[in-house]
Design a protein around this ligand. Structure first.
Ligand SMILES: Cc1ncc(C[n+]2csc(CCOP(=O)(O)OP(=O)(O)O)c2C)c(N)n1
Ligand SMILES: [Mg+2]
Length: 470
């Protein structure tokens, strides 16, 4: 669990904000706990205890010795230690936090790869992401949104910086909180707002009223899939398709702390691991799945530990630090393009709103909210750019914010003014399924190369299905 006490934790004070990110071990097959061959900062000890500590029990006092020990690189600059547990009964049942929440927020860790301009660009995307969601909340309250609204408040750095690491040939498979990633990949706030209002000129012409849309032609974006974990297999398939066309691409997708426990997540990631596909899976550990705290969902300390079981690279980052997220994603993308297989990146952060707009999240302890509010990714990145690095003057920052607001307002006004689907001509009932006249599907990266079979025959196993049916 992310915030359980670590019996063997090493001091992290030696890590500095300047220390470079190092690629996780290439082969995570049970490395020695202190192994760090490439001279990069020592990862925090992520010793796995053999005792499930389950709902609310602290693992530190479990009495089990370290029967197994593996290490996962952990590039956070702080390692919060607290747990959320259930207390009371009946009407007084509530979640409480146990642990020290008094630490000041950590600094932003300097990126090994990002230039000044790139940092400012990511900051701008994060601002647009947040302002767009604030506008969507208002549109919902005005009764203009059809359905609900999902927020990525507090997760903007993770969404935007990870998508920023993709190249033009790579693919993105966002989930509903990754609207920032959609913006980075080329959708406008106007597109997203039209979609939420089910407008006739929205990306799905009003057929869907939240962010279930993609673009397989120009932006290489798979639509989010609500059935948690299913998108991972789809993205693995996209990578496999490109591989058959002679190209190793990146398929970047996301799963929550809750969604990571679904069976299909395991099946898909295992398949990607075996095939060494370029899947980059960001596990957004925002501490809640609906109203269930992470401490009541799984028994591992860190969800990145599951990478060990798949035999793939795993790494932990602070999801509120865009530089850490970018560097880890960039390195994972490089591995993917070299054909070295998937990476699981656990980004630790906090869902700063309820599950969706209907959920006031009153079950979240106020202390926990305060703790994470002090770790706001935008405020900290702004401080980093303006005060620490002095890459933006106060005046330039003000202008940048005004620009974002102006762009957003123009997009919002255009989206509000867009027509609803017209009952006479509307397309909402059309194009649900592809038909032969719909669109041509052709290889994107080149001709499919089928390896010759052992008996000399090329091509697919056409007879196989019949064999299975016997
Ligand atoms: C297979 C499956 N089971 C259950 C659900 C219902 N459901 C939707 S969101 C959600 C919680 C997801 O929590 P988490 O994965 O932590 O993501 P977060 O909402 O925190 O981003 C659940 C249970 C679903 N969509 N798919
Ligand atoms: Mg969650």
């Amino acid at each position: 669990m992310p915030h359980k006490k670590r019996g063997n934790s090493k001091s992290t004070s030696k890590q500095t904000a300047k220390a470079p990110l190092a690629p996780p071990q290439k082969s995570p097959k049970i490395p020695a706990p202190d192994e760090q061959a490439d001279g990069s900062p020592k990862p925090t000890d992520t010793t796995i205890r053999n005792a499930p500590s389950g709902n609310g029990a602290s693992s530190s006092d479990s009495g089990y010795s370290s029967l197994r020990s593996y290490s996962i690189p952990d590039y956070r600059l702080e390692h919060p230690e607290f747990r959320i547990f259930m207390s009371g009964e009946g009407a007084s049942l509530e979640y409480r936090v146990d642990g020290d929440l008094s630490a000041p927020p950590p600094p932003i860790r300097e990126s090994k790869y990002l230039s000044r301009d790139q940092c400012i660009e990511i900051y701008r995307w994060m601002l647009l992401n947040r302002r767009m969601e604030a506008a969507l909340e208002n549109l919902y309250k005005q009764g203009k949104v059809v359905g609900g609204v999902y927020f990525g408040l507090g997760q903007e750095g993770c969404s935007c910086a990870s998508a920023y690491a993709l190249g033009p040939d790579d693919w993105l498979g966002p989930m509903i909180r990754n609207q920032g990633a959609m913006l980075v990949r080329g959708f406008s706030a106007r597109d997203i707002m039209r979609q939420y209002m089910a407008k006739g000129d929205s990306p799905t012409w009003g057929r869907d009223a939240s962010s279930h849309f993609g673009d397989w032609q120009r932006r290489n974006v798979c639509s989010p899939i609500s059935m948690l974990g299913e998108l991972i297999g789809v993205m693995a398939g996209v990578c496999l398709g490109a591989r058959l066309q002679g190209k190793n691409i990146v398929g970047l997708t996301y799963i929550g702390d809750g969604g990571q426990s679904t069976g299909v997540t395991y099946e898909s990631l295992n398949f990607a691991a075996v095939q060494k596909l370029g899947l980059v899976l960001i596990v957004e550990n925002n501490l809640w799945g609906y109203s269930t705290p992470a401490d009541m969902q799984f028994c591992v300390k860190d969800l990145a530990e599951r990478a060990i079981a798949y035999g793939i690279s795993g790494v932990i980052v602070d999801g509120t630090d865009p530089c850490q997220v970018y560097d880890a994603t960039h390195e994972a993308c490089e591995r993917a393009r070299r054909g070295e297989g998937p990476t699981l990146i656990e980004a630790k952060m906090m869902r700063m709103k309820g599950h969706a707009i209907h959920d006031a999240a009153q079950y979240v302890p106020a202390r926990l909210m305060e703790y994470w509010r002090a770790r706001d990714p935008i405020a900290r990145f702004e401080n980093y750019l303006v005060s620490e690095k002095q890459w933006l003057t106060a005046e330039e920052n003000k202008k940048l914010i005004e620009d974002v607001e102006r762009e957003l307002e123009a997009d919002r006004d255009a989206a509000v003014a867009s027509p609803m689907p017209d009952p006479e001509t509307d397309r909402t009932h059309q194009g649900v399924y592809c038909d032969p006249s719909c669109h041509e599907i052709k290889p994107k990266y080149g001709a499919v190369v089928a390896k010759p079979r052992k008996n000399g025959a090329a091509g697919t196993k056409e007879a196989e299905a019949a064999v299975h049916l016997k």
